[in-house]
Structures are given as C-alpha cells and as structure tokens.
Design a protein around this ligand. Structure first.
Ligand code: PLP
Length: 427
C-alpha cells in the first residue's frame, strides 16, 4: 500500500503543527510508524490521502458509533448549517439533546453542555470542589480524563502511550492536589481517605476504563467507591466520555446499579462533532453560574450544529435492537480473535465490554495499570503495522480501546479476522 501522499502531507504538517498532529496519539509514534492522512470516511471505512481504504475500528476514538457520514446525521447537519452555525444564544436544540441525555441517565437531573470531554471533567471537578469546599481529588492510575492540569497525573491514553505519567507544565502545587489510587483496589482508595478524611472533594473514575485499554471494574468495585464517597462526604464523578452510550442507551454506571453524583459525557453524544457534557443532581448543578457561584462558560458550548449531530446519533441508537446488533458484531470479532490466538499460540487476551474491546498481549486480562504495562509493546507494534497493511485500521497504541459501529457488517468482521490470522502468523 503506497503512503506517498500521506508522507508528504506529514512533512508539510510537521513544519506547521508540532509533530504534524493536533492530538499526540494520532502520530503513530508508539508503533514505529507514520500517521495516515485521512481524506474521507463512509460507514465503517476510512480512506487515506493515497486512496487506500481501511476497515476502521478507531471511529474517531469512539464517537462514530453510527458509522462515518451517516446519511441521517449528514442530512440533518446540512439543514442545520443553512440556518447559521453559531449564535451565542440559547437554542431549542440544546433542550432536545438535554432531554434525551437526561432521560437516558437517571443520575442526571440537569446537564450542561461543553465542547470536549476535557472541559466536561475539568468543569465537573471544579463543581465538586466548589460544593464540597475541598481542594483535593482522587483518580486512578491509568484512567484518562482529558488533559486538564489536575488530571494529568499518572494518566492513561496518550500520556500512557508516550510514557509521560505526568507532564511538564503541570504545576507541582496542583499535582499535589491529585491523589492516585490503584484501579480495582478499594483498599488503596480507603487508605488515602483515611489519611485525608476531610480534604478530598471527589473520586473521578472512568465508567469503563478504556484509556489503558479496556479494563473493566471487578465485582463490587464501583459500589465500593460510592460507599467510600458517602462515608467521607466526597462526590463520585463517573467519567463516561468514552463509555457513555457504548454499553447501553445510557451510562455504564447503570450496569453497576450505582447513582453517581456527577456524570461526564462526550464522544458519542456529539456524533463526531465537538461536544461534552456533565450533569447530576439538580441541587449540585444549580451551584453553577448563573444560578450559583461556581463559574463555568463556553463561547461555542451547546453549538447548534454540534447539538444536531448528537441528537441524530442518539435517535439512531434509541431504535430497538441497535445495541444487540453492536454486541453481536463485537462478540463475533472478539471471539474470532481469541480463537485465532489460541490456534496460533499467540499469548494474548481480548477484553470486551459492550461495543468496545482491547486485544492485550498479556497472559491474563489486566486489572490495573501496572498489569497493563506488562503487555508486549513490540508485539503490539508489529501486529498494528501488519493489520494496517491488510487494510484494518486500529488505534496506534496498545493502551487504547477499539470500537464497533452500526455500519460494520458480518463481511467486515470476516475480512478483519482474515487479517488477524495473517498478522498472528509468526508474530
Ligand atoms: C476522550 C476522553 C476524555 C477527553 O475528551 P476530549 O474530548 O478528548 O477532551 C475524557 N475522559 C475519557 C474517559 C475519555 O475517553
């Protein structure tokens, strides 16, 4: 597969944009490769600048659950654009999406829209700090919640991929306010709270961690977090930016039977446009400006085009049988990969929840970041490059999730499994 045009675009972009990319994991540096420049996408496929077409399991890192260039979403967007793209004033579309999100998530009585997942978690944390009057927060090693200062401490995703557990530029004084606990280890959480019972405003945790690869909570973990929060007067923020509307029409937290104090959303609810959201109990949400003292704002927040993409995406997902279809496709692919791995004796495990999954080159499914880090990265890089050469586009990092969409077909799965079989040969 030729990549001449992508390579020349990269040379040009690198002169203008650091690394030629506007988000670091796109650079393919963790897999010893060069990024492809994508010129178009449709359904489950992306096409690069050299006209190579790939079956896509990145889905823009999660949002494209109904497929690329979905005709229904596209038609609504075209109509919306003709009415103007931004007014800086409230619109009815914000009410429509707010209603849809709130109806899908009983933990949310009120919601506020922002323009990215980072903004959602950053604002939810400010709100938690504001209402509790406490400065410190607790997060988990390997969980990624966007790139806000307080959260870039032992974070996952690009921060894990690039081996930057933290980042220069994050003030030490701020990093000090962030505790890191071990995921799936309630004891590590309790220990921190015992040491600082009145200083922690909130626990923030991913609905299903996907930014160190898919690492689901063990039985009782999420309930345990809720209990600890209650005991110490801290709020529980479940970050569902990735997991929201991925496991069901709502949040992953609903599958654990817990009610978080605040929930963060992004990705799917924007259907490929920049949208984030955070919401929770009305008594907490009313502490936000203008009704309350906690300041939060955004020039393009609740943008009508972005709202339209979210509304149309959720409308499609709300139809009967959609999740069943997504899970069936995901099951077929993941069990197929596991079967090939066993046959070819490739030490690996596929972990899946709903329509997201990760192939780990580890002996056992990892339960925390330390275990994730035992994965064979060289093997992953080789696997990634081979899959790409066979026309399959997966995330260029061993620490990420893959995503199924409604546009994938049984034929795509069969083709992907053929590529896996070839890629696993003498891996
Ligand atoms: C992607 C992601 C974010 C950050 O969202 P951006 O839109 O990239 O700012 C936050 N939390 C989780 C769980 C995510 O997966």
């Amino acid at each position: 597969m030729g990549t001449k045009k992508s390579q020349s675009l990269l040379r040009e972009a690198t002169k203008l944009i650091p690394g030629g990319v506007n988000s670091p994991v796109r650079a393919f540096s963790a897999v010893g490769s060069k990024p492809l420049f994508i010129k178009k996408a449709s359904g489950a496929r992306v096409t690069d600048a050299d006209n190579n077409t790939y079956i896509d399991y990145v889905g823009s890192w999660g949002p494209m659950i109904v497929g690329h260039a979905n005709p229904k979403v596209g038609a609504a967007l075209k109509r919306a654009i003709d009415r103007g793209t931004s007014y800086g004033a409230p619109t009815e579309s914000e009410i429509t999406l707010a209603k849809m999100v709130i109806e899908a998530m009983p933990a949310m009585e009120m919601v506020r829209f922002v323009s990215s997942g980072t903004e959602a978690t950053m604002s939810a944390i400010r709100l938690a700090r504001g209402v509790t009057g406490r400065d410190r927060i607790l997060k988990f090693e390997g969980c990624y919640h966007g790139h806000a200062d307080s959260l870039l401490v032992k974070a996952g995703s690009g921060a894990a991929t690039l081996g930057m557990p933290s980042s220069p530029g994050v003030p030490k004084s701020l990093a000090k306010e962030t505790y890191n606990a071990i995921y799936n280890d309630l004891g590590s959480v309790e220990k921190i709270f015992k040491k600082d019972p009145k200083g922690i405003s909130c626990i923030i945790v991913e609905g299903i961690p996907g930014n160190m690869g898919v690492v689901p909570p063990v039985e009782g973990f999420m309930k345990g977090l809720k209990k600890i929060c209650k005991k110490y007067g801290a709020l529980l923020i479940v970050d569902e930016v990735m997991s929201g509307f991925r496991l069901c029409y709502g949040g992953a937290h609903q599958t654990y039977d817990i009610v978080p104090d605040l929930v963060c959303l992004g990705k799917v609810i924007g259907g490929g446009l920049p949208v984030g959201a955070f919401g929770g109990r009305a008594s907490i949400m009313k502490q936000l400006s203008p009704t309350g003292p906690v300041y939060q704002a955004g020039t393009l927040s609740g943008n009508p085009i972005a709202m339209t993409a979210g509304i149309e995406t959720l409308k499609i997902l709300a139809k009967r049988g959609q999740y069943k279809k997504l899970f069936k496709l995901t099951d077929a692919l993941t069990s197929g990969i596991a079967e090939i791995a066993a046959r070819r004796s490739v030490e690996s495990c596929v972990v899946k929840r709903g329509s997201m999954f990760t192939l780990f080159f580890t002996a056992e499914p990892p339960q925390n970041f330390t275990e994730v880090c035992k994965a064979d990265l060289k093997k992953f890089a080789k696997y990634f490059r081979r899959m790409l050469s066979h026309g399959i586009y997966i995330a260029p990092s061993a620490f990420e999730a893959s995503f199924m969409s409604l546009a994938h077909t049984d034929k795509d799965i069969a083709k992907t499994l053929e590529a896996v079989d070839k890629s696993f040969t003498r891996l």
